[in-house]
Design a protein around this ligand. Structure first.
Ligand SMILES: [Zn+2]
Length: 297
């Protein structure tokens, strides 16, 4: 799925194309995409895009509505909130380009081009919302911690609350040896690593996005050390990258640099993932709701 560095790259590319421009209109090809009814899409017509921002993994366009004939423009800006979920992607095309059949969800028409949203596969999970005013926008914030700029304390608190698997991995001496009392030190290192990796990739992808529109958003990028490199040599130590497969996820890791020389076996793996197995089982038993809360926020 597009992660925060990918979203930042999209935003970088969009800012130079749409901020200050006029949104001529919106062509909705897949009605299910739109999860709000008021204000209607028509309220955006001829509005001016004032900013493009990120809200967790959502891309947010701030639009000043056009004045209706004989009346001043409404004071409150409209916000177009786009969540690409897993398979949603953005494409920048020439003005008036057709929305591709099948995968095409919506087109936003500007004077100099159009932004097309597509979603691969059959599942329709990407979403579009239009809200009025900052207060309504704030209500869409899932409230997760932003790793960039987070404090060590805030980061640790988030992990304890939300990531049982990781906590288990860091505290279970059978999985990672020698943690024990060093738990807080590991947390500090993890916080530094998460912050550094995120900012490095964000900067790298934003730099690329300044050259060309990011058409190829993928979770597998050249330059990544282990992700998507099962069986290939670790760029740091040369050991073969190992892979764990569980549920719909897979996890690639270096058994030298990342687990202190251990190849994770089935027993340590099942211990590591126990919480996740239960979550997966519960999720399968529960019927999906119309507006499933967004994973990965
Ligand atoms: Zn290594």
């Amino acid at each position: 799925m597009p992660e925060i560095p990918d979203i930042e790259a999209y935003i970088e590319a969009l800012r130079s194309r749409v901020v200050g421009g006029r949104l001529l209109g919106v062509r909705l090809a897949s009605p299910f995409l739109l999860r709000t009814v008021e204000p209607p899409l028509q309220a955006l017509e001829d509005g001016t895009v004032d900013s493009v921002e990120r809200l967790a993994k959502r891309i947010v366009f701030e639009v000043s509505p056009a004045a209706e004939r004989g009346r001043p423009a409404p004071a409150e800006p409209l916000f177009v909130v786009l969540h690409l979920m897993i398979a949603g992607r953005l494409h920048w095309k020439v003005a008036g380009a057709p929305v591709p059949k099948g995968a095409g969800l919506v087109a936003f028409d500007f004077e100099d081009g159009c932004l097309i949203v597509t979603e691969a596969g059959k599942k329709r999970r990407a979403s579009l919302r239009v809200v009025r005013g900052r207060e309504e926008l704030a209500a869409l914030d899932p409230g997760g911690l932003e790793v960039a700029g987070s404090t060590m304390a805030g980061f640790a608190e988030m992990l304890r609350r939300e990531n049982h698997t990781l906590k288990r991995a860091l505290t279970d001496p059978h999985i990672v040896s020698g943690i024990g009392n060093a738990y807080s030190d590991e947390m500090r290192r993890l916080h530094e690593a998460a912050t550094a990796v995120l900012s490095e990739w964000t900067e790298r992808l934003r730099t690329e996005a300044r050259q060309t529109f990011p058409e190829k958003v993928t979770a597998f990028r050249p330059g990544m050390a282990v992700h998507g490199r099962f069986g290939m040599p670790c760029p740091v130590c040369g050991a073969k990258v190992q892979r764990i497969v569980y549920a719909q996820n897979e996890c690639d890791y270096c058994p030298v640099c990342q687990t202190g020389g251990r190849v994770l076996d089935d027993r340590s793996l099942s211990r590591l993932l126990r919480g996740d197995w239960q979550r997966v089982a519960q999720a399968r038993m529960r019927p999906p709701t119309a507006d499933e809360s967004d994973p990965g926020d």
